[in-house]
Design a protein around this ligand. Structure first.
Ligand SMILES: [Zn+2]
Ligand SMILES: [Zn+2]
Length: 421
């Protein structure tokens, strides 16, 4: 059973989610969204600061009697490096970070509801409106319960998840430096409302972008021997890249090498001087990821050299593979079992080759990313629509479970109420 202190926030969550749904903002431009988050945090009496232009970091320091000895703000007086939130490096307190992403997508909202997007070409079709509303409600409840825990809670309202841009800003700002646990959750149209996936191990793949620029030499198409055909060489590279998966990767490993764009040539009768190809790598295993990047570089350079062309190679790591810590999954499971039947908890969700930049936090502290079911076909068939589709929608009531897990896990972890820690 969900807790009363969560159930009472139902109207709040739905109201905020609908407002956000009506006012979607694209990645790294979430100005109105951040302003709403700050207004709400102010009304709860929770301090906050901006991270980048549109991310919001808030924090709540526990005030339970047990926290006297580990006051997170006390040591800051003697710590010259202390941050404005009172954290310090020589800490003697527990700290947990809770994260929600806040951005929308550049696409049309095709739903017809009272809260359909009012912004042409922008839509919360990945559920981040629901995530934001859920974490705001969790913040409200945790502030009310400030006297019931010790230690520190950090709340990350993170911008730019869809472009893998926000997570690293929070990490680079040092906000993970004193964090012992990090937890976040995404809604899922593939899981029934009332259920949640708490799956250990790899959950999402990395998302990397590579660009190969081939520099050849132009000539008249009738005298190919005087040129170096960048278009032909790039075509050879595209074909050869498929051998990375087929011939250089264990069949037991999941790796994708995809080329989505190839640009070359200026006219039908000119040997192309330049070709640019863009592609992506997806992998779950960090070693496979590095091996794949290296093979792509070797194939590009080797193929170009064979025909006398020069090549530029750019490889950008957008998001790390998202790998849930099994100990943290066990901790969150202990909490969730108090809220829903054990058979509503999924521990073997199918992995996804799409990425989530929550992975950035997991490189700094043990944590996990849950998937909360928001599918309720009887109530609304559109709640079964896949992500990034204009008909995407969620069963809003399912957000209560997500909110309850945020709150109860933070309390249980900070109060040392979990077994096996
Ligand atoms: Zn998305
Ligand atoms: Zn998403």
């Amino acid at each position: 059973m969900l807790k009363d202190y969560i159930l009472k926030e139902k109207d709040y969550i739905i109201e905020k989610r609908r407002w956000l749904h009506m006012h979607p903002e694209l990645s790294m431009k979430e100005f109105e969204t951040a302003a709403l988050i700050e207004r709400e945090l102010d009304s709860f009496g929770i301090p906050h600061e901006r991270v980048g232009d549109t991310g919001v970091h808030a924090w709540i320091d526990g005030k339970s009697p047990a926290s006297e000895a580990t006051d997170t703000t006390k040591a800051s007086a003697t710590d010259a490096e202390a941050r404005p939130d009172g954290s310090h490096t020589s800490k003697g307190y527990r700290c947990i970070a809770l994260r929600s992403d806040i951005d929308a997508l550049p696409m049309q909202d095709l739903t017809e509801n009272a809260y359909t997007s009012t912004v042409d070409g922008a839509c919360h079709a990945c559920g981040h409106d629901g995530h934001t509303a859920t974490l705001l409600a969790a913040a409200k409840v945790l502030k009310e319960k400030q006297a019931e825990f010790s230690g520190k809670i950090r709340l990350f309202f993170q911008q730019g998840e869809e472009v893998c841009g926000g997570g690293r800003l929070f990490v680079e700002a040092g906000l993970m430096d004193d964090v012992d646990r990090v937890y976040g959750a995404h809604v899922s149209p593939y899981i029934d409302a009332g259920c949640i996936s708490l799956t250990p191990g790899p959950v999402n793949a990395c998302s990397d972008h590579f660009r190969i620029i081939v520099h050849g030499r132009s000539s008249h198409a009738a005298t190919p021997e005087l040129g170096i055909d960048a278009l032909y060489i790039a075509s050879q590279i595209v074909v050869s890249l498929q051998t990375v998966v087929a011939r250089s990767t264990s069949p037991l490993d999941t790796v994708v090498v995809g080329v989505g764009k190839l640009e070359s040539g200026t006219a039908y009768n000119i040997v192309a001087e330049k070709a640019t190809l863009d592609g992506t790598v997806r992998a779950f295993d960090p070693a496979s990821r590095e091996h794949t990047a290296e093979r792509i570089r070797e194939i590009a350079q080797g193929t170009a050299a064979m025909y006398g062309a020069e090549v530029e190679f750019i490889y950008e790591r957008h998001a790390d593979p998202l790998i849930n810590d099994s100990k943290v999954v066990d901790e969150v499971t202990q909490v969730t079992k108090q809220l829903i039947p054990a058979d509503h908890i999924i521990h073997d969700m199918k992995k996804s080759l799409s990425a989530d930049d929550f992975a950035a936090y997991l490189t700094k502290a043990p944590g996990m990313y849950g998937y909360v079911g928001t599918r309720n076909i009887e109530k609304d068939p559109e709640t079964g629509t896949p992500y990034h589709n204009g008909h995407f929608n969620i069963d809003e009531e399912a957000l209560l479970l997500s909110c309850n897990v945020y709150v109860d896990y933070a309390l249980a972890y900070l109060n040392d109420d979990l077994s096996g820690q």
